[in-house]
Every structure is written in C-alpha cells, then in structure tokens.
Design a protein around this ligand. Structure first.
Ligand code: SAM
Length: 279
C-alpha cells in the first residue's frame, strides 16, 4: 500500500490517544485486509463504519464500496479524517456517538448494508445490542471485538460463556470467526486479545417467538441468577406460581434446570408457553 500508515498519520497530526474512548488503532495491514475480505465488500454495498480512527480501514472500504458512512465521536479526529480522505466522494463522516445514531433513517431504503468496524471495546456490547434491537436492516456485521466477548457471542448451552448476549445474537445471526488478532497489531496495545467476528443476519430469526420482549426478558432473568434453578430465577417475572408451573409443563421443561442449560429453542418454548397462558 502506498497510502500513509496509521503510525505516519498519527505522527503527521501529533494526534494524542484518549484511552477512555477505546482508541487502539490498527497498524497491521494483514488484519486490515482480512477485515475487508471477511466483510466481502463490493461496489453494491453501503458500509457503516463505527469509529474510523485516523481512517486506515476507512480508506480500504472507500476503495471498494458504493458508499461509506463513518461515525466518529472524537472531535480531534474529524479534521484528520476530512483531510486524509478528501479524494473520495463516496465518503460521509458523521461526528456523533454511535449509540445515539438512528441507523434506519441514516440508511433509508438501501438494500445491501454492511457494518464493518474495529469497535471501541468499552461499548462493544451496547453497540451490538443496539444494532440488533433497533432491527437495523444490515446484511452482516464484521467487527473486531475483545476475544472474551466473541466467545460469549458464539457460546453453546452448558458453558460459562453462554448468556443473554449469546441468545440475542444467535436469535438474529449466524456467527463466523474470521481471525484472532494479537495486541501487537495495535497502537497503543490493548491489554486483551481480539477477534474479528462476522455476524450474518438470518432471513428470519432462528426460532419462532410469539412475543420477543418476553422471550428476551425470560432469557435475561434466567441468566441474571445463573446459579439458581429456573423456578427460582424466573420468580423475578412476577407472573404467579400457578401460571409458571403450567408454563413449564406445557413447554416440557424441568423447572429445576438452570437457565444456562436451555437452548434457544427451549427459551422460545418457555416464553411462548407463558405468552399463551396469558392470553
Ligand atoms: N478504525 C480505527 C482503526 O481500526 O485503527 C480505530 C478503531 S479504535 C478501536 C475505536 C474508534 O472508535 C476510535 O477512533 C474512537 O475515537 C471511536 N469511538 C469511541 N467511542 C465511540 C462512540 N461512542 N461512537 C463513535 N465512535 C467512537
């Protein structure tokens, strides 16, 4: 690549890193390329990038995509990005907190939307949850995240990593690990190992759920008190023991089990049984 490297751009502008904004910039070209290739970016795609930093990943996205919207919170990075990426007319820079962006109105009727990002780690889970809960119409998310969050996302039942985040992501998406990334691929180096993970949105959710709010509430409560039986953990739902007992019978689930043993289908069965009894 003849373009300026991350280190060169940081030096050119005397940029100072803000730790609290999760600023660990990529300096490894092989990781950049694996992210872009993993995301399978084409000239049909509208890309949403969260946290462009000094724009090294952004530039590779701009070369391949129809359009790139990059959302950056740090005001000091805005003039750098404008200057370094001024040759591209398919670039739109949004100076905002990604958690406050209305992604659906930003992208309108676009058909092929992909999110590609080296995420700021202090907000990884809220950003993923927002993109899914807001029913944002993306095809895939290709994101660099902490290794332990990637493990929670892809976890199977009966593991300590399995929890409400696994349920949320697996309900909407297939997960695919693109690669591992060592701390030495960043400046400054993070204290944790990282993983590039791709979440491919399913055409329809993985299991049939009659009331999504209830489904997610049941799973959250079940994991809130992981060491307790479902019977005890789900008292927090406050729906009465008669109804609860019938719901467990109808869903054919033993109330003495712990939440972490239930598959997505079983969480759906239990919440659907509660829903039906409430009608
Ligand atoms: N994409 C660059 C790279 O790969 O080198 C930078 C990635 S760095 C891990 C995360 C970026 O997200 C930083 O530029 C940081 O300023 C930005 N950021 C932090 N919090 C943010 C937020 N709430 N909304 C948007 N951007 C944010």
């Amino acid at each position: 690549m003849s373009d300026l490297s991350t280190k060169e751009i940081v030096k050119k502008y005397g940029f100072r890193f803000t730790k609290s904004l999760g600023q660990n910039f990529l300096i490894d070209d092989s990781v950049l390329m694996d992210i872009v290739e993993g995301a399978n970016v084409s000239s049909e795609d509208l890309i949403i990038e969260i946290g462009p930093g000094v724009g090294t990943l952004t530039k590779e996205l701009l070369k391949r995509a129809k359009k790139v919207f990059s959302i950056e919170l740090d005001a000091d990075l805005i003039p750098i990005l404008k200057e370094e990426l001024k040759e591209f007319n398919n670039f739109d820079l949004i100076h905002k907190d990604a958690l406050k962006v209305d992604f659906n109105s930003l992208t309108g009727e676009e058909k092929s939307i992909k999110v590609v990002a080296n995420l700021p780690y202090y907000v990884t889970t809220p950003i993923i949850a927002k993109l899914l809960n807001d029913k944002f119409n993306f095809k895939s998310l290709t994101i660099m995240i902490q290794k332990e969050v990637a493990e929670r996302i892809a976890a199977d039942p009966n593991t300590k990593e399995y929890g409400a985040l696994s349920i949320l992501v697996q309900y909407y998406c297939d997960t695919e690990i693109v690669r591992k990334v060592a701390p030495s691929s960043f400046i400054p180096q993070p204290k944790v190992d990282s993983i590039v993970i791709k979440l491919n949105k399913l055409e329809k959710p993985r299991v049939i759920v009659k009331d999504e709010k209830l489904f997610f509430r049941v799973s959250r409560e079940a994991f809130n008190m992981r060491r307790k039986t479902l019977w005890n953990a789900l008292k927090a739902l406050k729906i009465g023991s008669d109804l609860m007992e019938k719901a467990f019978i109808n869903a054919r689930i033993d109330s003495k089990r712990r939440g972490e043993t239930l598959s997505l289908q079983e969480f759906a069965d239990l919440s659907n049984a509660i829903y039906d009894l409430n009608q």
